[in-house]
Design a protein around this ligand. Sequence first.
Ligand SMILES: [Zn+2]
Length: 243
Amino acid sequence: MNIGICNRCNKMKELCKSHIVPKSFFVSMRDNPNDLIQVSVRLPGKTVKRKIGIYDTNLLCQQCERKTSSIDDYGKEVFLDMACSVIHGNERSGCQYEIENVDIIRLKQFLIAVLWRAAVSQRPEFESVKLEKKVRQKAKKIVFEEVTPKHSEFPFLIIKYLPSDFGPVIVNPTSFVFERCRWAKLFFPGYCVWMYVGRRAPPVIFRKIISYSSSTLYLFGMKYTTSSTFKSAMNVVAGKDTY
Ligand SMILES: [Zn+2]
C-alpha cells in the first residue's frame, strides 16, 4: 500500500498502480511467442521482462484512476480492434491507411491522457517527457474534466509501422524540441504518434498534414527500421550515442 498525494485531486490517499500506456496494449502483444522484453537503451545489454508494461504507484488514487478507464479502453479499441485499410500504395514499401468512424476527440483525449501520465510520472523511463506548466494543466483538464480539445490543441499524426518490417514494439513516450517547437512522440504496438505540445498555434506545415478529418483517421504507413527512433536506438546500442 502506498500513501501519497494524488496528482489529480491533490488529496493524501492510497495510491494505485497507474499504467502510463494502458496494460491492455501490452497484454495484446503477448500473443507473440516470445516474452515481452524491455530493452534499455541507457544500459545496453540489460533486459527486463515486462509482461504488463510500466506502471507508476505514485500518480493517482483509485477514484481518479477510474476516470480515465473508458478513454483508455477507447484508445485500445482504435489501435487494436478497428479495421485499418490501405487506401494508397502497398504494405511492403509504404502506404497510407484509413480507419473510418473514429471519434477523433475521444481518441485525442486518450492520447493526451498517456502524455499527461508520462509528463507527471517521476519514473526514470519518462524523464524526457517535459511539458510547459500551462500545457500540462490544459492536458489535465481535457483528460479529467472531459473538456473538448480544440482542433488546434494537441494536433497529432499517426505513423503505422508496416507489419512486414518488424514485430510489435512499444517505445516509451518522449518529448523534444524541433523547429523551436515542443513535440511528443507516443508509441503503441506498431504505431508512433507525433503530437504537437507547444503553447502557441501549431506550425502551418503541420496543420496541413494533420491526419484526420471529422471521423476518418488517416495513418502514414512506414518502415520501423528506417525511422529515426530505430536509428537512434541502434546508435545507442552500438555505443555511438546516448539516448
Ligand atoms: Zn485522486
